[in-house]
Design a protein around this ligand. Structure first.
Ligand SMILES: [Zn+2]
Length: 354
């Protein structure tokens, strides 16, 4: 796909992302694969992407059946895609890949060594209901007991992952067609508690047909979570303005985070997604929306990589098509900066346990 450079705008003031800093005030920095980065230096950010989904046991035990058979080749192809992202003016990607989804910190480090980009890593558990036996048999005895899930999320955020100093900076959870099953409720509560213990924000997967972003908010609220610290993800799959306003009126940001996925009848078209976004911005909600593609650069879920689901689906579609379309509809540079720079920055600037 053709990458169109983003014209200079106020957002580009923040492009000095090589400024990886040593530990200064924890109030002003966020953990990335390459270390701490000042929140003000995050620049334009895509808030929900996937760099690799790799099953750890298969890649460990049958490597020739993983990574398309050639890990190094796959890593280089991914790095090349991420260089296109940087060339499009994006400085930061939030990798929303949690436990159960195929998070691979070693791979992310190798990839990030090949490209100058901030990659923010997630903790959390990705499932629509089923849990590995490891978690099943460790269900907390009662509501006051500390869940091993919380323990893992907090360790990922405070200590690092997989014996590295790469620390998660956001907590990812999912609710899909099955809704808030007992397992999903357990994960949501564990995420809420890890959030309150660490201050790391929460980002979610939802199924908009079930409007279950509202269910997530209800449980987070019961756990005392400040809903402004939560991004209700995949909300851009909905064109129901009442639902979207309700999520944002409760304080949360929403993710218009699946640009490029336009397959009818499950997903709105490009035009419908843009129309929804423009109407929400016009209604004053532009300070509560973040953008992304939910793209997956390499996944071992499928035989083909990249997944050939939609020709527009890539890490650069927001930069090359969505932003120009918003400009055409009269959205200002200031409003675009809110979506790409200021809202993401606010997500990570709010810190501290409570
Ligand atoms: Zn995702």
């Amino acid at each position: 796909m053709v990458v169109i450079a983003v014209p200079p705008g106020p957002g580009l003031r923040h492009r000095r992302t090589s400024a990886i800093v040593n530990a200064r005030s924890p109030m002003s920095t966020v953990s990335t694969v390459r270390g701490l980065v000042e929140v003000d230096e995050l620049g334009q950010a895509l808030m929900h992407e996937h760099i690799v989904n790799i099953n750890a046991e298969i890649s460990r035990d049958q490597p020739e059946l993983s990574w398309g058979g050639d890990r190094q080749l796959a890593l280089e192809a991914i790095a090349s895609k991420l260089r296109d992202v940087k060339a499009a003016g994006i400085d930061t990607i939030v990798d929303a890949t949690a436990i159960g989804h195929g998070r691979d910190i070693a791979a992310l480090r190798e990839i990030n060594a090949m490209v100058d980009l901030n990659i923010i890593v997630s903790t959390g558990i990705y499932t629509y209901d089923d849990l590995p036996f490891y978690f099943q048999y460790r269900a907390p005895a009662d509501a006051s007991a500390r869940d091993v899930m919380t323990e893992i999320f907090v360790r990922d955020i405070r200590d690092g992952i997989a014996g590295t100093d790469v620390r998660a900076a956001i907590i990812k959870v999912a609710t899909d067609l099955k809704g808030v099953t007992p397992n999903i409720e357990r994960i949501l509560r564990a995420a809420a508690r890890a959030h309150r213990e660490t201050g790391a924000p929460i980002t979610t997967h939802t199924q908009v047909s079930e409007r279950n972003g509202l269910d997530q908010q209800r449980i987070f609220k019961e756990e005392g979570v400040d809903l402004t610290r939560v991004i209700i993800g995949h909300s851009g799959d909905s064109t129901d303005l009442d639902y979207l306003r309700e999520l944002m009126d409760a304080g949360s940001m929403i993710g218009a985070d699946r640009f490029g996925l336009y397959m009818a009848p499950h997903f709105p078209s490009f035009e419908e997604r843009i129309e929804t976004l423009v109407r929400l911005i016009e209604a004053g909600y532009g300070d509560r929306i973040v953008l992304s593609h939910d793209y997956t650069a390499h996944s071992d879920w499928f035989l083909e990589n990249p997944l050939p689901v939609a020709s527009e689906w890539s890490f650069t579609h927001v930069s090359s098509a969505v932003i120009p379309a918003l400009r055409e509809r009269g959205v200002t540079e200031e409003q675009i900066d809110a979506l790409l720079v200021h809202n993401p920055r606010r997500v990570f600037a709010a810190q501290g346990a409570y």
